[in-house]
Design a protein around this ligand. Structure first.
Ligand SMILES: Nc1nc2c(ncn2[C@@H]2O[C@H](COP(=O)(O)OP(=O)(O)O)[C@@H](O)[C@H]2O)c(=O)[nH]1
Ligand SMILES: [Mg+2]
Length: 682
C-alpha cells in the first residue's frame, strides 16, 4: 500500500488521555485483549484491569496514577500510557506527554465533560502532541454524530475531522463506515468488525460525510482543494497522506468511534495509529533531540514497596542496556541496574531498549520525572519541562506513632518523587507537616500509600492558620521581678513604653536609659524577655506590629542578673498588653480564580459566603470563553475553596494565591478563633 511510504516504523508510544471516566482504562484493556497481549478483557467494575491494578486504583475504582502497558500489533510494539483523567492527577499526564508520539483523547458525548476535554486538548496543543479523538461509549450514544461534533468542537483549537460515521439498525448503532477507506463495517462484540457492502442510505450519508472530511483536509492542501472544486475524486493514497500529514502537524484531530467495553472500533483505532501517527524519528525532532548519543526522557518515577526505584523512560535516541551509564540534567551519572518491560503493575526483565522503546530502568538514583538523560560528555538540553500546577489544597499529617516521625519524612520524599505536584511544607511554628496538593483525592491516596507501602499510619487535620495579634493603643508599663529568698535574691525592674506600629512593621525594640538606671549589660536581656513574651499575646497568638521602648527601671548590685531582667521584660509585656486593646490579625491572600465565563457569576456568590472581596473580573488571556476573577480572601477560607470552585465549574476551575497582608478581625468569628485557641492550649 502506498501509505507505507509515509508510515512510521518502530516502537510507538501512545498516551490515552481524556476526561475522568470516559473509558481510557477500559480502552487500554480492550486494545490489549484485541491484540492478544492478555487473554481476557477485564473490567474496571471487576477490579481486574491492567491499567487500574494498583491497590489504590482498585480501591477507588479509578485511575490514580498513570500506568503503562505494551502490546504487539502487526509487527510493531505499541506502548500505551493510560493517564488518569481526574484534574487532581493531571501532572502525571503532563509529565508523560513529551514522551509520546501521539495521544488518543478518549471522550464521551456528555456536554458536562466538554470543559474538561478542553483543558486536556489545551495541554496537547501546547505540547504539540498529535491527537486522535476516540468517541467512546457509542453503544450508549443517542444523539447524532454531527450533533456530537458541534458539541465537542469548541473544546479543540484544531478542527475535529470526522473519520467514521455510524450505521444503524433502527435506533441502535450497529457499525460504521470508514470515510477514508470508503468501507462499511458491522460491529461484533469482542471480535473484529466485519466488512459489509456499502449501499443504500449508508452510501448516501457516506458521500456527504466524506466530502466534508475532504473539505477540511483541503483547507491545508491547495491541490486537494482544486480537485474538489473540479469534482475530481482524489486518489485514496492522497487522502491517507493528507490525513497523516495534517494529524502530525496538529492541524486536524481525526475522530474515530467505538465502544471500549464491547471492543468495538478498537482495530480501526490501532490501524489509524499504525498508519497515521508519527514514530520516534518525528517525535525526537519535535523534542529537539541531538543525535550521536543515547537520549531518554523520564515520564514517570515509580517507588514500589519492594522493587525500589524505577524510572519509566522513552528512549529517544540510541540504546540502553543493563549497566549503561546515564547522566541527568545536573551532570550526575547513574548506572542502569536493569531494563524492564512494564505491564501495568507487572514488571519483567528484558534486553536492551532501542530508540522508540518505552521501558523502566532500575535504580537510577538521580533521575527525576520530566528529566532528560543522556550518555554524552555533557548533559543533553532538557527536551521538555514539566512544571507542576501550583497546589490548591492542604492537609496537616501526623504519624499515629511518634516512632514513625523520621520514617514519615523519608516516605513523603518518595511520594513527592513519584508525584511532584504534591509538596511538603514544614510549619515550624505550629509543629506541623503540611501536605499541599491538587485535591482531596490526591492527598487521600497519598496518605493511603503511606500506610500501604511504607507502613506508616497517619491522621490528618486542617493546617493551622497563621493568625497573629496586635494592639490598638499604647501604654507605659512597669515590670518588676523581685524575689527575696534567704541569701541571694533576684531583682530586675523595667519600665516599657509600648506602642502599636503600622501593619507589616513587625517588632521594634529600643531604649532610652539615662544615668545607668538599667545597666547596659542587662538591656539585651530585657529585649530577650520581651521577645519571649510576644510569642503568646493575650489572645494566644504571636504579637506583631508593636514597639517596646525601655525608658526606665532600677537594679540591685547583688540581686540583679540577666535572668531577672528577662523576667522583668516579660512581666511588663504580660501585664501591659491586655490593657492595649489587643486585636486578632488574620492573613489575607490575593486569589486569582480562572473559570469558564458561565461560572463567573457563581464565583461572586461563592466569594460572599467566604468573606472574599472581589477586586475585579477580566477575560483570561489566550483562553476564549474563560474569565479571571481577582479576589482577596482570608487564609482560613482558602483551605477547601478548590472543592467549591470545582463543583461550580464542572471540575475545571482553579486558582492561584499569594499572601497579601494581615487584617484586623473582630466580632464573632474572632471570638471563636480565640476560644478555639484557648481550648487547644488548655
Ligand atoms: N457503556 C459503555 N461503558 C463504558 C465504555 N467504556 C467504558 N465504560 C465504562 O465507563 C466507566 C469508566 O471507565 P474507565 O475505563 O474507568 O474510564 P477512565 O476514567 O477514562 O479510565 C466504567 O464503568 C466502564 O465500564 C463503553 O464503551 N460503553
Ligand atoms: Mg482510568
Amino acid at each position: 500500500m502506498a501509505q507505507n511510504g509515509t508510515r512510521a516504523t518502530g516502537p510507538r508510544c501512545i498516551a490515552l488521555v481524556g476526561p475522568f471516566q470516559s473509558g481510557k482504562t477500559t480502552l487500554l484493556e480492550a486494545i490489549l485483549a484485541r491484540t492478544g497481549a492478555i487473554q481476557r478483557q477485564g473490567t474496571v467494575e471487576a477490579e481486574n484491569t491492567v491499567g487500574d491494578a494498583s491497590k489504590e486504583a482498585r480501591h477507588h475504582k479509578m485511575s490514580v496514577e498513570l500506568s503503562i502497558a505494551s502490546t504487539n500489533f502487526m509487527g510493531d510494539t505499541y506502548t500505551f500510557v493510560d493517564c488518569p483523567g481526574s484534574v487532581e492527577f493531571v501532572h502525571d499526564m503532563r509529565a508523560a506527554l513529551p514522551a509520546v508520539d501521539a495521544a488518543v483523547v478518549v471522550c464521551e458525548l456528555d456536554e458536562k465533560k466538554v470543559p474538561q476535554l478542553q483543558l486536556i486538548l489545551r495541554e496537547l496543543e501546547a505540547q504539540k502532541v498529535p491527537r486522535f479523538l476516540f468517541l467512546n461509549k457509542i453503544d450508549k450514544a443517542d444523539s447524532t454524530i454531527h450533533e456530537a461534533l458541534r458539541l465537542l468542537q469548541p473544546a479543540s483549537r484544531g478542527k475535529l475531522l470526522l473519520r467514521q460515521i455510524p450505521t444503524f439498525s433502527g435506533d441502535i448503532i450497529t457499525g460504521f463506515v470508514d470515510l477514508a477507506l470508503e468501507r462499511a463495517f458491522v460491529y461484533k462484540e469482542h471480535a473484529p468488525s466485519e466488512v459489509v457492502p456499502l449501499e443504500g442510505d449508508a452510501l448516501d450519508r457516506e458521500k456527504t460525510a466524506r466530502f466534508s472530511m475532504l473539505e477540511t483536509l483541503a483547507d491545508h492542501d491547495d491541490e486537494l482543494m482544486e480537485q474538489l472544486l473540479e469534482d475530481i475524486q482524489p486518489p485514496r493514497d492522497k487522502v491517507f497522506d493528507d490525513l497523516s500529514k495534517e494529524l502530525r502537524e496538529g492541524l486536524v484531530c481525526p475522530v474515530l468511534l467505538g465502544s471500549a467495553t464491547r471492543t468495538n472500533g478498537v482495530l480501526r483505532l490501532m490501524k489509524a495509529l499504525r498508519h497515521e501517527s508519527p514514530g520516534i524519528a518525528e517525535t525526537a525532532k519535535r523534542l529537539g533531540v541531538k543525535g550521536g548519543q543515547t537520549v531518554a526522557y523520564v515520564l514517570k518515577t515509580i517507588n514500589s514497596a519492594h522493587g525500589g526505584k524505577m524510572s519509566a523512560v522513552r528512549v529517544l535516541a540510541g540504546k540502553i542496556g543493563d549497566g549503561a551509564n546515564l547522566m541527568n540534567a545536573d551532570g550526575q551519572v547513574g548506572r542502569v541496574a536493569a531494563v524492564f518491560r512494564l505491564m501495568g503493575q507487572q514488571t519483567e526483565k528484558r534486553g536492551a531498549a532501542e530508540a522508540g522503546d518505552t521501558v523502566a530502568l532500575g535504580k537510577l538514583e538521580h533521575a527525576e520525572t520530566g528529566e532528560t538523560l543522556s550518555d554524552g560528555q555533557q548533559p543533553h538540553p532538557p527536551v521538555a519541562k514539566a512544571v507542576p500546577h501550583p497546589p490548591v489544597l492542604s492537609i496537616a499529617v501526623v504519624a499515629k506513632e511518634r516512632k514513625d516521625d523520621v520514617k514519615l519524612g523519608q516516605a513523603l520524599g518518595k511520594l513527592l518523587e513519584e508525584d511532584p505536584s504534591i509538596s511538603v511544607v514544614h510549619n515550624a511554628e505550629a509543629h506541623e507537616v503540611v501536605l499541599w496538593g491538587q485535591g482531596e483525592m490526591q492527598l487521600r491516596v497519598a496518605t493511603e500509600r503511606l500506610v500501604e507501602r511504607f507502613g506508616i499510619p497517619t491522621t490528618s487535620h486542617k493546617p493551622t492558620v497563621g493568625y497573629r495579634e496586635t494592639i490598638k493603643k499604647g501604654i507605659v508599663q512597669r515590670g518588676r521581678h523581685k524575689k527575696q529568698s534567704g541569701g541571694h535574691g533576684q531583682y530586675g525592674d523595667v519600665v516599657l513604653d509600648i506602642k502599636p506600629l503600622p501593619r507589616g512593621s513587625g517588632f521594634n525594640f529600643s531604649e532610652e536609659i539615662k544615668g545607668g538606671v538599667v545597666p547596659r549589660n542587662y538591656i539585651p536581656s530585657v529585649e530577650e524577655g520581651v521577645i519571649e513574651a510576644l510569642k503568646h499575646g493575650p489572645l494566644g497568638f504571636p504579637v506583631v506590629d508593636i514597639a517596646a521602648k525601655l525608658i526606665d527601671g532600677s537594679y540591685h548590685t547583688v540581686d540583679s542578673s540577666d535572668m531577672a531582667f528577662q523576667l522583668a521584660g516579660r512581666l511588663a509585656i504580660h501585664e501591659g498588653l491586655p490593657q492595649c486593646q489587643p486585636v486578632l490579625l488574620e492573613p489575607i491572600y490575593q486569589v486569582e480564580i480562572v473559570c469558564p465565563s458561565e461560572a463567573t457569576a457563581k464565583m461572586n456568590a461563592l466569594m460572599s459566603g467566604r468573606r472574599g472581596q472581589i477586586l475585579g473580573f477580566d477575560t483570561r488571556e489566550g483562553w476564549d470563553g474563560w474569565d479571571v476573577v481577582r479576589v482577596q480572601m482570608p487564609e482560613s477560607e482558602i483551605g477547601d475553596l478548590i472543592v467549591e470552585v470545582r463543583s461550580a465549574t464542572a471540575g475545571v476551575g482553579s486558582f492561584t494565591f499569594k499572601f497579601d497582608h494581615m487584617a484586623e478581625l473582630m466580632g464573632r468569628t474572632a471570638e471563636q478563633i480565640v476560644a478555639a485557641r484557648k481550648s487547644a492550649a488548655a
